[in-house]
Design a protein around this ligand. Structure first.
Ligand code: AMP
Ligand code: MG
Length: 489
C-alpha cells in the first residue's frame, strides 16, 4: 500500500527505532479490524506532519488509520520497556500498541506514529490488546486541551471505530483504534528495561539513540550520560511545573508513563482539579493518593532517580563517582521545578519581574484558596476582573489583594498590560470533568455537538474573550464528590 492512486499522501517514514538492538522490540503488524469507521481526524496535526488530510479520509487512508494496511516504508513493531507501577517494578512493553515508524516533517523533525488498541503483542500479558472507544476519545480530547494550553504532549491524529466490541469490567463496549503522535515513545521505563537486561551495550545504544533524537547537544558534552540526565531532569521539571500551574493531575505517573522527551503521555485516569486542594485524586485505582496533585513534583523526582540508577554504569566506571554525579544531577530537580513554577505563577499574577517576596505572595494566595475551597482556575481570572474594578469583593481575600495590588504598582506597568499578561497565563477554561463526561457520552452515542463545542473552546484556552456559559464553571458539588476516573484498559 502507500503512495498509490490518490496523489502522494505525504509519507516520509523512517524506522530509526528499529535500528536499535533487537532486544528493544518485537516486529509485528497491527491486527486488522472488521469495520473501520473514521470518527476523528486531527487535520491541523496531519498538516504539521506533512500528511494529506484528504488522502487520510479516503478508503486507502482509512485502512492505514485503522491498521488494516500500512504505509510502504513502515516497519511495524511493539516496543519493550519496564516500569515501576505504583512503586512496584514490572516487565512491560507495548501490550496494545504498534509503532508504525517515524514520520519526518518539513522542519526535519521526527514523529513517532503509533497505533493504540491494535491487538495483542508478545507484551500483552493478560490483556486483549484492544482499546474501548471512550478512553480513546478521552485521550484525543485531553491531549488537544493540553496542546492548546501550550503544554508539551503526545497528540492524537485519528480515532477509528473498529466495528468490534471489547469486553470491559462493566460489559461489552464499542472498540476503537487511535493513532498517537509523539516526539518519541522513549520512557524512563525504556532505560529501566535496558538496565534490567544487564547488558551495558544495550544501555549505551539506547542512550546514544535518545541523545541523537532529543538532546543532540549532549553528544558533545564531556560526560554525555550526565548531560543527558540533566537535560531530562530539566525537561521534566518544566513539564510538571506546567501541569501544576493549570491544575492537571496525571493520575498514573508510573515510570513507564514518563517520557524522555518531556512530553506528557498516557491520558488514562487524568483529570483537572476544580477547588484548590493538593490531596486531590480522581483515579479509582490510586487508593493511597500516591499520584495526588500535590505529590506530582516529588513523584517526578522519584521517577527520575530510577532513570539515574539505570545510567550509573554510563556516568562513570568508578561506582562512587557515578553515584555522586547522579545525586548531584537529581538535586537540580528541586531548583529547576521551583524556578519554573515560580516563573509561571508570576505570569498568572501578572508580574513581569522577579522579587524576593514572590514565593510568599504565591503561597499565601494558594493558602487562602485552600481555606476557602475556591476554584483554582477561576480564582486567577477573578483576580484580573477585580484588578480592573480596583477592589476585591471577597473579604477573605481582601488583605492579600491589597498586597498584590501594591506589588503590581511597584512594577509600574499599565493595568491593561498586566491583565493581558494574566490572560496569556490563565486559561479561561480547562476540561471540566462533567463537561468531558457529557461530551464523551454523547459522542459515544453518535452525537458530536457537545464534543465539537467543547473541543473548539479547549483549543483556544487563553485570551480575554468570554467563554460560553457552562464551560468554565467548576463541576457541581454533587457530581464532584463522586467523580472517578479509570485506566481504560
Ligand atoms: P497503562 O497503564 O495504560 O500505561 O498500561 C500499562 C501497561 O499495560 C502497558 O504495557 C500497556 O501496553 C499494557 N496494557 C494496557 N491495556 C492493555 C490491553 N487492553 N491489552 C494488553 N495490554 C495492555
Ligand atoms: Mg502507559
Amino acid at each position: 500500500m502507500g503512495d498509490r492512486s490518490i496523489g502522494n499522501p505525504g509519507w516520509k517514514l523512517e524506522a530509526t527505532y528499529a535500528s536499535l538492538p533487537g532486544d528493544f522490540f518485537q516486529e509485528l503488524p497491527p491486527q486488522t479490524v472488521r469495520e473501520p469507521e473514521l470518527l476523528l481526524l486531527n487535520e491541523g496535526l496531519a498538516q504539521d506532519l506533512g500528511l494529506d488530510a484528504a488522502w487520510l479520509r479516503s478508503g486507502e487512508g482509512l485502512a492505514v488509520l485503522a491498521g488494516n494496511a500500512l504505509p510502504a516504508d513502515s516497519r511495524p513493531l511493539a516496543q519493550a520497556y519496564c516500569g515501576h507501577q505504583f512503586g512496584h517494578f514490572t516487565m512491560l512493553g507495548d501490550g496494545r500498541a504498534i509503532l508504525i515508524g517515524e514520520q519526518r516533517d518539513a522542519q526535519g523533525s521526527l514523529w513517532d506514529l503509533q497505533y493504540k488498541g491494535s491487538g495483542r503483542t508478545p507484551y500483552s500479558r493478560g490483556g486483549d490488546g484492544r482499546a474501548a472507544l471512550k478512553p480513546m476519545l478521552r485521550e484525543f480530547l485531553i491531549s488537544e486541551a493540553m496542546h492548546g494550553l501550550g503544554i508539551p504532549t503526545t497528540r492524537s491524529l485519528a480515532v477509528v471505530a473498529t466495528g468490534e466490541e471489547v469486553l470491559r469490567q462493566t460489559g461489552p463496549e464499542p472498540g476503537a483504534v487511535m493513532l498517537r503522535v509523539a516526539s518519541s515513545h522513549l520512557r524512563v521505563g525504556t532505560f529501566q528495561y535496558a538496565a534490567a537486561k544487564g547488558n551495558a551495550a544495550l544501555s549505551q545504544a539506547l542512550l546514544g539513540y535518545a541523545i541523537a533524537r532529543h538532546y543532540p547537544a549532549c553528544a558533545a558534552a564531556k560526560n554525555p550520560a550526565e548531560a543527558f540526565l540533566e537535560a531530562v531532569i530539566q525537561a521534566q521539571a518544566g513539564l510538571i511545573a506546567r501541569w501544576m500551574l493549570v491544575g492537571f493531575i496525571h493520575g498514573v505517573m508510573n515510570t513507564d508513563n514518563m517520557t524522555i522527551s518531556g512530553e506528557s503521555i498516557d491520558y488514562g485516569p487524568c483529570a483537572f482539579m476544580d477547588a484548590y486542594y493538593p490531596q486531590t485524586v480522581f483515579s479509582s485505582i490510586d487508593h493511597h493518593g500516591r499520584y495526588a496533585y500535590g505529590n506530582q513534583p516529588s513523584i517526578a523526582q522519584w521517577n527520575l532517580a530510577r532513570l539515574a540508577e539505570t545510567l550509573l554504569p554510563l556516568l562513570s566506571e568508578d561506582e562512587q563517582k557515578a553515584l555522586a554525579l547522579a545525586n548531584a544531577s537529581l538535586r537540580s530537580f528541586g531548583d529547576a521545578y521551583r524556578a519554573a513554577w515560580l516563573a509561571g505563577m508570576r505570569g498568572k499574577l501578572g508580574l513581569a519581574n522577579a522579587h524576593g517576596d514572590d514565593q510568599a505572595l504565591c503561597d499565601d494566595f494558594l493558602e487562602i484558596l485552600l481555606q476557602q475551597g475556591r476554584d483554582f482556575t477561576n480564582s486567577f481570572r477573578d483576580l484580573s476582573l477585580w484588578l480592573q474594578a480596583g477592589s476585591c469583593p471577597e473579604a477573605a481575600l481582601a488583605p492579600w489583594f491589597a498586597r498584590w495590588q501594591e506589588r503590581i504598582a511597584s512594577e509600574g506597568g499599565r493595568l491593561e498590560q498586566v491583565r493581558a499578561r494574566m490572560a496569556r497565563h490563565n486559561p479561561r477554561l480547562i476540561p471540566r470533568n462533567h463537561r468531558v463526561e457529557e461530551a464523551l457520552e454523547q459522542a459515544e452515542a453518535g452525537n458530536w455537538q457537545a464534543w465539537d463545542h467543547l473541543l473548539a473552546h479547549l483549543r483556544q484556552p487563553y485570551g480575554e474573550a468570554e467563554v460560553p456559559p457552562g464551560l468554565a464553571e467548576p463541576v457541581p458539588e454533587h457530581l464532584a464528590a463522586v467523580y472517578q476516573t479509570f485506566c481504560g484498559t
